[in-house]
Design a protein around this ligand. Structure first.
Ligand code: HPA
Length: 268
C-alpha cells in the first residue's frame, strides 16, 4: 500500500529526486509560495492518504524547486488529537522514504515555557520530550524500514542544526534553541501543567511534530525541527491561549521562518 501510494504521487507530481521534504505547521502554509515551478495534489485525491481536519492546515502535497533542488512540501499535517491512529504518521513518513527523501524539515507553532522566549521567537528544536503516551512505532516492526528499538538520543541532527544556525546568522534572524515538549492535546494546558513542563526540561510545548520525528529517525531520515513561538504557556503572563492567537502569531512570524527554511535548503 505504501509503495502504491508513493508511486501514485511520484507519477502525479513528476518527481525526480526529492531529497528534502518540509512539513508545515499551523499558519506556516505560505512557505510553498517561495517554491518555483509548483505542482500540487490534494490529499483527498491520493489513494490511502488521510485527511487533515484542522483550520490553518490546507491538505495538499506540493512539489516545487528552490534553485535546482526539488522539494516536497506537506501543507497540512496530521495530529493525533484529530483521532488519527499514530501509524498514519508512520505511513506518511514511509511514503516520503519511498520517494527518496533524505532530510525532513518539520515546523510547528508552539507555546513558550520560558519568559526569555516571547511570542514571535523562532526556536531550533534540539531535543524533545514525548509526554503524549503515544508512539507511531507501536505495533509490528517492518525491519525493511528500521530497527525495533531505534535510538533517539541524536534525533535532531547536529550537522543540520549547525547549518541552520549559520543560515540564521547570515540572515540576521535571532534563533533560540530548546527542547520541544510534546503533549497529545487538543486542549491548551493548565497553568500547573505549564509550570511542571518547564520544570521537566521543556522550552516550548505543542501537539505535533514528535510522531513524525520518531518515524523519520526510525527509517534513517535526518531531521531539522523549528518552532514558531506563538504565545506564552497558559498562566505565565495571566494569559489564555487560543487557536486564533496561534494562527495570527504564526502568520506574523512566518515570514522570518519561511526565509530561514528557504535559504537553509538553498545552501544545505
Ligand atoms: N500549547 C500547546 N500547543 C500549542 C500552544 C500551546 O500553548 N501554542 C501553539 N501550539
Amino acid at each position: 500500500m505504501i509503495k502504491e501510494t508513493a508511486s501514485f504521487i511520484k507519477n502525479k507530481l513528476d518527481l525526480k529526486n526529492p531529497e528534502v521534504a518540509v512539513i508545515l505547521g499551523s499558519g506556516l502554509g505560505r512557505f510553498s509560495e517561495t517554491l518555483e515551478n509548483i505542482s500540487s495534489i490534494s490529499y483527498a485525491s491520493i489513494p490511502n492518504f488521510p485527511q487533515s481536519s484542522v483550520s490553518g492546515h490546507k491538505g495538499e502535497l506540493i512539489k516545487g524547486y528552490i534553485k535546482d533542488k526539488e522539494v516536497i512540501c506537506l501543507n497540512g499535517r496530521f495530529h493525533l488529537y484529530e483521532g488519527h491512529n499514530p501509524r498514519v504518521i508512520l505511513d506518511i513518513i514511509h511514503i516520503l522514504k519511498e520517494l527518496g527523501v533524505k532530510r525532513l524539515i518539520v515546523t510547528n507553532a508552539a507555546g513558550s515555557l520560558r519568559l526569555d522566549m516571547p511570542p514571535g521567537s523562532i526556536m531550533l528544536i534540539k531535543d524533545h520530550i514525548n509526554f503524549s503516551g503515544r508512539n507511531p512505532l507501536v505495533g509490528p516492526n517492518d525491519d525493511n524500514y528500521g530497527p525495533r528499538f531505534p535510538a533517539l538520543n541524536n534525533a535532531y541532527s547536529l550537522t543540520l542544526r549547525n547549518l541552520c544556525k549559520k543560515t540564521a546568522q547570515q540572515l540576521d534572524i535571532e534563533l533560540k534553541e530548546g527542547t520541544y515538549f510534546y503533549v497529545l492535546g487538543p486542549n491548551f494546558e493548565t497553568s500547573a501543567e505549564i509550570k511542571a513542563f518547564a520544570l521537566l526540561g521543556g522550552d516550548a510545548v505543542g501537539c505535533s511534530t514528535v510522531p513524525e520525528v520518531i518515524s523519520a529517525i526510525h527509517c534513517s531520515i535526518d531531521v531539522l525541527g523549528l518552532s514558531v513561538i506563538t504565545n506564552y504557556g497558559a498562566g505565565m503572563q495571566d494569559n489564555t491561549p487560543s487557536h486564533q492567537e496561534t494562527l495570527s502569531q504564526a502568520n506574523k512570524a512566518s515570514e522570518k521562518l519561511i526565509k530561514l527554511v528557504a535559504t537553509f535548503i538553498k545552501e544545505e
